[in-house]
Design a protein around this ligand. Structure first.
Ligand code: V47
Length: 386
């Protein structure tokens, strides 16, 4: 039955490559995007997912902090930013950030994800101060902060080489960087949607220096707007090439475009089918990435759950307060899941939950068990809204 389905899909040659661990090329990627039977694409992606991560589904207890919504890049896909003159603009002072971190002091957060707009008024010391504030307040959590776009801005305001900026940031307490700002590596899309922002080659140049400095980062792709299939496959191959060169990427995160309150609000949001296909394509094309994340806050918890069988091995985390797509009035998404919610989603999907830190090290309880086992054994899962 399965053999017949795969044969009918015309993807037998790709199945063979996947089983033999052979790298997929550009035309394979295009065919996988165009294949009618998504379940076959998911089946292929699941082979790679299980080769790399068995049945593990990672999750993390994390907190997001957006230090400013003021941005001068005017990206058409973004609902989060306001221009420097807009009265809705904010900047969180280091003490406010410290207080936000302190709010969750009784909850064992493992990662604090901190990003913001490109606010031309912020001085270099501000960035170091906010990293120090998080590090001081929460020494046991990893600080994951600043996209490649923000790092290019820090280099500009610091007026010194990026290598030195990264040394300062590491000294302040930075552990790794998130994947944002990559969008889609296409000059056409760059010109149409985010012309004022660092261009594609600029993103790669910064990522290369970041990885050479010993810091690891994630990579993303924003899909579901004006990009073409060919542009997405090129994006994935480009990221794969940089991973071959540096080995610095921890995880790939396909980001589903949310058109609400953006200049592209006439576009429909990606469907469940599309979200699963993007996750499967990432898993199949990025053979040198250990992890693919189904970011539940964008694809919804039910789709993230099913994605555990379509290539994803990471469902992200408890994510308190995600503002990038929830700032200016958007109300359709949840802001947080409890650890119990995540464990339930993963268990119902028949995968094995493992709590991780920012580097995918399992978090071990005081009894020496991976935290998810300890939680099940003692029935001690928090229902905190975080
Ligand atoms: O770079 C902006 C995207 C990114 C919208 O590394 C939008 O673990 C959807 O990078 N609809 C920032 N997306 C967020 C990001 C991220 C998120 C979660 C996990 C990780 C990680 C990284 O958000 C931006 C942009 O690509 N974005 N506007 C929107 N309307």
């Amino acid at each position: 039955m399965l053999t017949e389905t795969i044969s009918a899909s015309g993807l037998e040659d790709i199945l063979q490559k996947v089983v033999e661990g052979e790298r997929l090329d550009f035309s394979d990627g295009v065919r996988l995007y165009q294949a009618e039977d998504l379940n076959v694409v998911g089946y292929l992606a699941n082979i790679v997912r299980e080769q790399k991560n068995g049945s593990i589904a990672y999750y993390i207890r994390n907190q997001h902090i957006n230090y400013t919504n003021i941005c001068n890049k005017l990206c058409k896909f973004c609902s989060f930013y306001v221009t420097p003159r807009d009265e809705r603009g904010y900047v969180l002072e280091p003490e406010v950030i410290r207080a936000r971190v302190r709010e969750f002091r009784d909850y064992p957060i493992r990662e604090i994800h901190m990003v913001g707009g490109i606010n031309p008024k912020l001085p270099y010391e501000y960035y170091l101060d906010i990293v120090r504030a998080v590090r001081d307040e929460r020494p046991q959590a990893h600080v994951k902060a600043f996209t490649m776009i923000e790092l290019a801005q820090l280099e500009r305001v610091a007026k010194k080489p990026l290598e030195e900026v990264l040394t300062d940031l590491k000294t302040a307490g930075l552990d790794c960087c998130p994947g944002g700002g990559a969008e889609v590596f296409s000059n056409r899309v760059h010109e149409e949607l985010f012309r004022a922002k660092l261009d594609n080659e600029g993103w790669f140049d910064v990522a290369r220096v970041v990885h050479r400095s010993g810091l690891r980062s994630n990579a993303t792709m924003l899909y579901g707007h004006i990009e073409t299939v060919e542009e997405k496959v090129k994006h994935l191959i480009h990221i794969r090439e940089l991973q071959d060169e540096t080995g610095g990427f921890l995880c790939f995160v396909p980001l589903a475009f949310d058109p609400q309150n953006t200049e592209l609000s006439h576009l429909p949001p990606p469907t469940g089918q599309q979200n699963l296909r993007e996750i499967a394509l990432a898993r199949l094309m990025l053979d040198n990435f250990d992890h693919v994340k189904a970011f539940w806050i964008m694809v919804t918890p039910p789709v993230a759950q099913v994605a555990m069988w379509y290539g994803a091995d990471d469902i992200d985390g408890t994510v308190a307060h995600y503002e990038i797509t929830h700032a200016l009035g958007a109300t359709s998404h949840r802001q947080a899941l409890s650890e119990a919610d995540l464990l339930h989603l993963i268990a119902e999907a028949r995968r094995d939950a493992v709590e991780r830190d920012a580097f995918y090290n399992p978090v071990v309880s005081s009894e020496g068990l991976p935290h998810s086992d300890a939680a099940r054994d003692t029935n001690d899962v928090e229902a905190t809204a975080c």
